[in-house]
Design a protein around this ligand. Structure first.
Ligand code: PHE
Length: 452
C-alpha cells in the first residue's frame, strides 16, 4: 500500500536528479536579481559576510529539517505535519507555506517575465552599440512600466509554469533542470571574468568584499537572514515537498550541503558581475533598486565581443532559472490539493495558476504601469512581506516543530537512513532547537524598528 502510494506521487530518478531540481528551485531570481539589490541597499560587504554566515548556519539547519520532514512523511507540507501529529493545529505551518507560495509566485512571475522580455529586447538589438548606464536605466523603466509588455511576459511565465507542473515530477521538473542549470553556471562564470577585468573593477570589489562594520545593524541581519531563506527556497515547505520525493537511500545531509553551497556560489558570482560593472560605468554602488540587475547586465554584455549572442543566451538562461523556481513555488500548493483534497493534478494546476495570475496584477502594475500600485510600491512590499517575513516565520515554526514536537531523535533516525554516521547531529540539533529560533525571533523583533 505504502509503496503504491509513493510511486503514484512520483520519486526523483536519482540523488543527482533531486540535487538538480532542488538547486533549480534555489537558484533563480533570488540570486541574480534580488541578492545584488539587497547587498547594494544594506551596506555591501558587511551584508555579504552576514549572508554567508546565515546560509551556513541558519539556512543549512532549516534545509535539513525540511528535507528530513518531507522524506519521512512523503507528503506535502500540510500532510507531512498531519502525518506526524494527526489532527493537530500545527498544520497551520503547512497552510502558511501554501499561502506564502502563492503570494511569492504572484510577484516572482512578474520579475521572471521581465527576464523573458529581455530575451526579446536583446534579440531585437536594444542593447547594441555603445551603452551608458542612463540608457539601460531608461530602457528598463520604459519596459517595466508598459502594461502590455509586462502582461504578455508575465502571462507567458505563468503559462509555462502551469504547463510544466501539469506534467508531473519526473518528466517535467527533472528533465529540464539537468541540462539548463549547468549552462547557466558556465555563462555566469564567463560574465564574472569579464566584469572583473573592467577598468575600475577594484573599487566595486571593495564595496562588495571589504566589510565596513560600522554599517552592521538589525536591518542588515534581518535582510540577510530573510534573503537566505528566500534564496534557498526555505520556510514555506518547498524543501518538504521536494524532500518527499527523495529515496530512503539518499544522504540528506550532503544533499542539503550541496544545494546550499551551489546556491550561494551563484549569488556571490552575480555580485561579482554587478558591482565592478556599476563602478566602471560611473554609477553609485549603494542605491540599487528593483531594476538593478536588468540595468547592469546589458552594460556588461555590451563589453563582450559577441555580446549580442551572449545577451540572448544570458537572459534565456535567467528565464529558465526563474522557471525552475516558479515550478517549485507552484508545486507546493498543487501537491497539497492533489494529496489532501483529491483534486486532479490538472485541475489543481489550472485553478491555482489562474488565481496566482490575478493576484500578480498589482505587482505587474507597480513599476509605473498604474500610479496607485506604483505609489504603494506593491512589488517591493510583497517581496518584503512574503519573501522575508513570512518565510522567516515559517522557518521558525518548522524548527520548533521538527525539534520539539516531532523530536530531534526521530529526525536523527530519518537522517540515519542514507547517512548512518551524521557526525554533526548535536550541533545541528542545537542550531535547530535553540540558535535558529532565537535568531529569527530577534530579527522579527527588529522589524518594528524598520517599519517605524
Ligand atoms: N529560491 C528562489 C530564488 O532564489 C525563490 C524561491 C523561494 C523558490 C521560495 C521557492 C520557494 O529565486
Amino acid at each position: 500500500m505504502e509503496s503504491q502510494e509513493t510511486s503514484a506521487r512520483g520519486v526523483w530518478g536519482s540523488k543527482v536528479a533531486f540535487i538538480f531540481a532542488a538547486t533549480g528551485s534555489a537558484i533563480g531570481l533570488g540570486n541574480i536579481w534580488r541578492f545584488p539589490t539587497v547587498v547594494s541597499q544594506n551596506g555591501g560587504a558587511v551584508f555579504v559576510l552576514v549572508y554567508v554566515l546565515a546560509v551556513a548556519v541558519i539556512g543549512f539547519t532549516v534545509m535539513l529539517a525540511e528535507l528530513t520532514l518531507g522524506r519521512h512523511s512523503q507528503r506535502n507540507p500540510v500532510g507531512a505535519i498531519d502525518y506526524i501529529k494527526p489532527g493537530s493545529p500545527w498544520k497551520f505551518i503547512g497552510y502558511l507555506g501554501i499561502i506564502t507560495g502563492i503570494c511569492l509566485l504572484s510577484f516572482y512571475a512578474v520579475v521572471a517575465g521581465w527576464a523573458a522580455g529581455y530575451v526579446f529586447k536583446t534579440a531585437a538589438g536594444a542593447f547594441k552599440g555603445q551603452l551608458t548606464a542612463e540608457m539601460t536605466t531608461k530602457i528598463f523603466a520604459d519596459f517595466s512600466s508598459d502594461p502590455l509588455q509586462v502582461f504578455i511576459f508575465f502571462g507567458l511565465i505563468m503559462g509555462l509554469t502551469i504547463f510544466i507542473i501539469s506534467k508531473g515530477v519526473k518528466k517535467g521538473i527533472e528533465k529540464w533542470t539537468k541540462i539548463l542549470m549547468p549552462a547557466l553556471f558556465v555563462l555566469i562564470v564567463l560574465l564574472a571574468v569579464r566584469a572583473l577585468t573592467l577598468p575600475g573593477a577594484a573599487k566595486g570589489l571593495s564595496f562588495y568584499l571589504n566589510p565596513d562594520f560600522s554599517k552592521l545593524n538589525g536591518t542588515v541581519i534581518l535582510f540577510a537572514v530573510g534573503q537566505a531563506f528566500f534564496s534557498l527556497s526555505l520556510g514555506m515547505g518547498t524543501m518538504i515537498t521536494y524532500g518527499s520525493y527523495i529515496s530512503k537511500s539518499s544522504n540528506l545531509v550532503s544533499s542539503a550541503g550541496w544545494v546550499s553551497f551551489a546556491d550561494t556560489f551563484i549569488a556571490l558570482l552575480a555580485g561579482l558581475i554587478i558591482f565592478p560593472t556599476l563602478v566602471s560605468f560611473g554609477q553609485p554602488v549603494d542605491v540599487g533598486g528593483e531594476g538593478l540587475a536588468f540595468q547592469i547586465f546589458p552594460l556588461i554584455l555590451s563589453q563582450f565581443a559577441g555580446g549580442y549572442i551572449f545577451g540572448i543566451l544570458f537572459f534565456t538562461l535567467l528565464t529558465v532559472a526563474a522557471l525552475t523556481s516558479t515550478i517549485s513555488l507552484l508545486e507546493v500548493p498543487v501537491s497539497y490539493f492533489v494529496d489532501e483534497r483529491n483534486w486532479s493534478r490538472k485541475k489543481a494546476v489550472l485553478v491555482i495558476g489562474i488565481f496566482t495570475f490575478i493576484l500578480g496584477i498589482p505587482s505587474a502594475l507597480s513599476m509605473g504601469g498604474m500610479q496607485f500600485f506604483t505609489k504603494l510600491k506593491f512589488l517591493g512590499f510583497f517581496a518584503f512581506a512574503f519573501g522575508n517575513i513570512s518565510l522567516a516565520v515559517g522557518a521558525f515554526f518548522i524548527c520548533v516543530f521538527v525539534g520539539y514536537i516531532w523530536g530531534r531523535k526521530k529526525a536523527f533516525k530519518e537522517i540515519a537512513s542514507g547517512n548512518p554516521r551524521f557526525r554533526l547531529r548535536y550541533i545541528w540539533a542545537f542550531s535547530l532547537m535553540v540558535l535558529t529560533p532565537i535568531v529569527i525571533l530577534i530579527i522579527l523583533y527588529f522589524i518594528k524598528t524598520i517599519a517605524g
